[in-house]
Structures are given as structure tokens and as C-alpha cells.
Design a protein around this ligand. Structure first.
Ligand SMILES: *Cc1c(COP(=O)(O)O)cnc(C)c1O
Length: 423
């Protein structure tokens, strides 16, 4: 395509985009006075829904006016406030009723799931993780290994890409799983690697894990609201995610958790328990013995913070009405457009390390800058393009189908190309 064709394509794509109205539901952060930034950082913090303030204020008002009575009065009462949100979330991750809940924050949920799904024995104690997992996931896994009295050196297997490559190959994952075989207790991956943007073929890795008798757990921090997920059908054992990236739930907001139906009545799984996991009908009988809610909610510890739930409500409703299939379709086109544009820049300092196959990536493209030159990142910020920088020299750009436009993607390209000419 020629330069002017790119722009025409962008304008035409925005014009025919059925999801375009959703952009108006969100506050777009400022660059300079009165000028919106080009926000390509929804993989780090999603934008604020314009109704979030009103939704939170409504609960503040109910607290003011009703006090404790708001737990059981109003629409919906706080006691059942999260049910509607959990239901949307259940569909979004491809789960069955009862397999999903919203609780705690992500790293807390990682630990709670490891308590149940990492039960090392003398002979089966190893955990395989993807290369460069998000630091918090790594700290959680390492501390769990040490907590159980094993050494990280022996028990942790971090997969590495081949020399000169930045992403993992399925055949190498398979080889590692076969190699460690019966010593493997757990395989724990991100659905999208936060650094490279690579999406693995989850069903294939799940079946490899199960073939050697290991559990498979998934971190959907970069997958929820980004990819089409089918957790139940894929037989993922557990999954955890935060709601503040693609899901726009609010800074450090409450997280999600999935436990496959297979384990809801499995008494062999250890679990940390609290009163909010107790049978709902009997919760206020204040019984000394724990009777779990059947399902993922049995892992809940405390009553959910209502103000945080309120802040994520309208954003989640948007996912239901826009539909993840439509969002994903636009996303493939939007990110594909960005990919072609960046490729056309032909600057030897830039290479895209995220796979080109749309099946193997989500919204995000990771651009490796060699040699690392942070000025490129700072200049992008100066030009109003909000992206982020991750060591050792990666700029992550994520056009998000809920609120980004093809014109913005085009603008990222023209500003970047111009800036590189003089840098
Ligand atoms: C964003 C992110 C986190 C952040 O964890 P919090 O507990 O929400 O602070 C953890 N893991 C992954 C993979 C992430 O992308």
C-alpha cells in the first residue's frame, strides 16, 4: 500500500466500524490542553468508563442513606452485587456457571490457586513457567516452591526461546514437558506473554500437561477482554486475571478467578477458606464449620469491596453488549494494520518480536529497539502516544478495539516514522 492508501484505509475502516460508538463511552486521557492522547496502553491500564463515577456515587449514596441495610436492600443489594458481573465474566472467559468469581487482586489469587493446585511430593514437585513471566507471577511461584521446602533451582523450569528468538515454539514446550514428565506438578503460563505479546496455543499445552499428569494454570491478565477464551472446554484447571487492563475495571481493581468444574467437589484439593466461601444461605448463621458454596466462590475469603465492583460494572456491561467476537475481529484488523505500518518503516533499529500470525497474538505488538534507545519511547510520549517501555528495550503498543481507532494507529505510524528520521 502507498502512504495515502494507508490513510484512506484507516478512514474507511473507522467509518464502517460497528464498534466505533464505544469509544465515546470512555474518558481519553489528555496529552496537552484540550488535546487527547493516542492511548495505546490498555494492556497496562484500561480507560475509565464515563459511567464509572456515577456507578460508584450510587453506592456511596446507598451507604450514606441506608447504612448496613444496603447489604440486603436496593437494586441490586450488596449481598448479590457481584452476581451480575460474575455472569458477564463467565461468558467472557468461556466458563460454565459456577466456575468464575471476582475476588482479591491478581497476585493474591495466584497464591490461593497455588495453594490448591501446587501440592508437591518428593517425586512430583516441578513447575514449568513460560520465559520471562510477569515478575509478580515469578515471585509467587518461587515463594510457593520455597514454602513447600523445595529449592527453586531444582523445582522451577523456566522455558527459554531459542538463541536469537524471542518467542516459544510449541515443539520446545512439548519437549520440556516430556523431559520433566512425571516430576511435573504444574504448568503455569500467561495466555499472552506480557513482554513479547505471544499467545500460545492453550488447548495444545493443556493436553500436554494432562498427558504427564500435571495441572495446567493460566494467567489471563493480558488475555481477558483481549482474546476469545474457552477455559471450560479447553480443560484449563485454574485461571486468574486482573480486571484493570483490557477490562477497564479501574486501577488495581478486583481480580478474576476460574476453577474448573472438575474440582468443585474435590476434597483432595487443599484450600484456604474464609466466610465468603461459605454456603450463601447459611453465611449469616455464623457456623463454626465451613460448608463451601459449590463452585469457584468457595475460594472467596472476604466480602467483595462494593465500590471497586461498582467502578468496573459499566465497563463489563460494554463487553457483553459489544461482544468479544466482534471486539476480537476488530482487534485482528487494528493490530494487523499497525503491524503492516511499522514493518513499512524499515528502520534497522526496530523489529517486531510479537508473532505475525493473528492466532499467536492479541492486541499488543512488542517492538524491540536495538541497540536499546529510550529516547524513542520518550519522544513517542512527547508526541502524545501513550505506550510503555519494558527492559531490555521493548516498546509495547496495544491498540484496543473498544476505544482505539484506525486513524489513531495511522497517526502512531506517521509520528513514529517522522521522529525516527531525525533521531
Ligand atoms: C498486570 C499483571 C500482574 C499484576 O499483578 P497485581 O497483583 O494485579 O498487581 C500480574 N501478572 C501478570 C501476568 C500481569 O500482566
Amino acid at each position: 500500500m502507498e502512504e495515502q492508501d494507508y490513510h484512506a484505509f484507516a478512514l474507511e475502516s473507522d467509518h464502517s466500524d460497528v464498534l466505533a460508538p464505544y469509544r465515546t463511552h470512555y474518558h481519553i486521557p489528555f496529552h496537552k490542553e484540550g488535546q487527547a492522547s493516542i492511548y495505546c496502553c490498555g494492556n497496562s491500564l484500561g480507560l475509565q468508563h464515563k459511567d464509572a463515577r456515577q456507578d460508584v456515587n450510587k453506592e456511596l449514596d446507598r451507604w450514606a442513606g441506608l447504612g448496613v441495610k444496603a447489604h440486603f436492600e436496593g437494586d441490586p443489594p450488596w449481598f448479590t452485587y457481584q452476581d451480575g458481573l460474575v455472569s458477564i465474566m463467565t461468558d467472557l472467559v468461556g466458563a460454565k456457571t459456577g466456575e468464575v468469581t471476582i475476588m482479591n487482586t491478581l497476585t493474591v489469587n495466584i497464591h490461593l490457586m497455588l495453594v490448591s493446585f501446587y501440592k508437591p511430593t518428593k517425586t512430583r514437585y516441578k513447575i514449568i513457567v513460560e520465559h520471562s513471566p510477569f515478575p509478580s507471577d515469578m515471585y509467587a511461584v518461587k515463594s510457593q516452591i520455597r514454602y513447600h521446602g523445595f529449592s527453586v533451582e531444582d523445582a522451577l523450569v523456566e522455558l527459554k526461546p531459542r538463541v536469537g528468538e524471542y518467542t516459544l515454539r510449541l515443539e520446545d514446550i512439548e519437549e520440556a514437558i516430556t523431559l520433566h514428565g512425571e516430576q511435573l506438578a504444574l504448568i503455569y503460563f500467561g495466555s499472552v506473554n506480557y513482554l513479547s505479546g505471544q499467545v500460545l496455543n492453550i488447548p495444545s499445552v493443556v493436553s500436554l500437561a494432562h498427558r504427564v499428569g500435571a495441572f495446567f494454570g493460566l494467567d489471563l491478565a493480558h488475555g481477558a477482554g483481549n482474546l476469545i477464551l474457552n477455559l471450560h472446554h479447553w480443560q484449563v484447571d485454574f485461571a486468574v486475571w486482573c480486571n484493570y487492563k483490557y477490562l477497564n475495571g479501574g486501577p488495581n481493581s478486583l481480580a478474576g478467578c476460574f476453577v474448573h468444574q472438575l474440582y468443585h467437589a474435590d476434597h483432595s484439593l487443599p484450600r484456604f477458606e474464609g466466610w465468603w466461601g461459605h454456603d450463601k444461605k447459611r453465611r449469616f448463621l455464623m457456623e463454626p464449620d465451613f460448608h463451601p458454596v459449590p463452585g469457584a466462590e468457595a475460594w472467596q475469603l472476604s466480602g467483595p469491596p462494593i465500590l471497586a465492583l461498582a467502578a468496573m460494572k459499566s465497563a463489563l456491561v460494554d463487553f457483553k453488549s459489544a461482544g468479544i467476537n466482534n471486539l476480537r475481529k476488530k482487534s485482528i484488523s487494528l493490530t494487523g494494520f499497525l503491524h503492516s505500518l511499522i514493518k513499512s518503516i524499515e528502520d534497522p533499529r526496530l523489529s517486531i518480536i510479537t508473532p505475525n500470525d493473528p492466532e499467536a497474538r492479541g492486541c499488543q505488538l512488542s517492538i524491540l529497539i536495538q541497540p536499546p534507545d529510550k529516547r524513542i519511547f520518550y519522544q513517542m510520549l512527547d508526541l502524545g502516544i501513550v505506550v510503555d517501555w519494558r527492559e531490555p528495550g521493548i516498546i509495547r503498543i496495544a491498540p484496543v478495539p473498544m476505544y482505539n481507532t484506525f486513524e489513531e494507529v495511522y497517526q502512531v505510524y506517521t509520528r513514529l516514522a517522522q521522529m525516527l528520521q531525525v533521531l
